[in-house]
Design a binder for this molecule. Structure first.
Ligand SMILES: N[C@@H](CCC(=O)N[C@@H](CS)C(=O)NCC(=O)O)C(=O)O
Length: 254
């Protein structure tokens, strides 16, 4: 379902599903959104968001300037990870990515928050990356990104949150395997598996053949693991590889 990007200006008058995505890098929130729609066979039009930039046109269209942001026809823009997931579920319920069973739903949304939410894994890894960018003069507008994405806690808090979440996920993956499931929740694929697959790329870069992303992005991930101070458990990388191969369109394209 590879498609060329269009600008916000081109996207605004269009009908259908348009999704603003950071062009040129596999932003984990954006890659997860893309995977939901791809897995469900829902067509969408990628729209350019420029990472770290003001994105004034996107701001005027959607009331915010981050990616991803999904706009279906003339409905309200959806930029929170859970809004985008629920939109995908509504547009095409099968295959389900939010479990029907209420206990499993709670587990899935809990894991998703730990991966995607404020003070979660992606949030914390990004703060570690901003620190690395600053040390290496990476040319990224650090102050703009900190203003958007800092919670005011010190760097060691971000490192320990990322480590705690990795431990929690590894324990869960092991328990699930012991009961005969290849998935993080219940016995089937859910958004939790997709989020982990995409967010794992922040710490252990996917193979070039699967995800041809810039070398600097790979280097930031390795630096991130050093700051976390513990390796990413093998069980989680094996899980990521299984989900990638079974459920993603490869190579990724951004
Ligand atoms: N709004 C999303 C999070 C989106 C997000 O954090 N996007 C980042 C991904 S690194 C982004 O757009 N960064 C580039 C930028 O801010 O320009 C949510 O809470 O679900």
């Amino acid at each position: 379902m590879r498609r060329d990007y269009i600008t916000v200006e081109q996207a605004v008058p269009m009908a259908g599903l348009r999704i603003a995505l950071t062009q040129g890098v596999p932003g984990p929130w954006g890659e997860a959104a893309k995977a939901f729609f791809n897995i469900k066979g829902i067509d969408f039009q990628p729209v350019i968001q420029n990472g770290g930039q003001p994105n004034a046109e996107l701001q005027a269209w959607t009331g915010q300037n981050s990616a991803p942001c999904a706009v279906l026809d003339d409905e309200r823009p959806r930029s929170h990870w859970s809004e985008i997931l629920m939109l995908a579920e509504r547009m095409q319920p099968e295959p389900r990515l939010v479990p029907l069973d209420e206990e499993e739903r709670v587990a899935m949304f809990g894991i998703a928050h730990e991966l995607c939410g404020e003070d979660g894994f992606g949030w914390s890894a990004r703060l570690l990356m901003l620190h690395i960018m600053e040390q290496t003069n990476a040319g990224v507008p650090i102050e703009h990104m900190r203003r958007k994405f800092s919670s005011g806690a010190p760097l060691d808090h971000a490192a320990s949150r990322a480590g705690q979440i990795l431990d929690m996920l590894a324990r869960r993956a092991e328990k699930q395997q012991a009961r005969g499931s290849d998935y993080l929740v219940g016995d089937a694929l859910s958004a939790a598996d997709i989020y982990w697959t995409c967010f794992s790329n922040l710490v252990v870069a996917m193979d070039e053949a699967d995800c041809p992303m810039p070398q600097y992005y790979r280097d930031w991930g390795a630096g991130c693991v050093q700051l976390i101070g513990q390796p990413v458990p093998d069980v989680l990388i094996a899980h990521r590889e299984r989900i990638l191969r079974r459920h993603f369109s490869l190579p990724m394209w951004f």
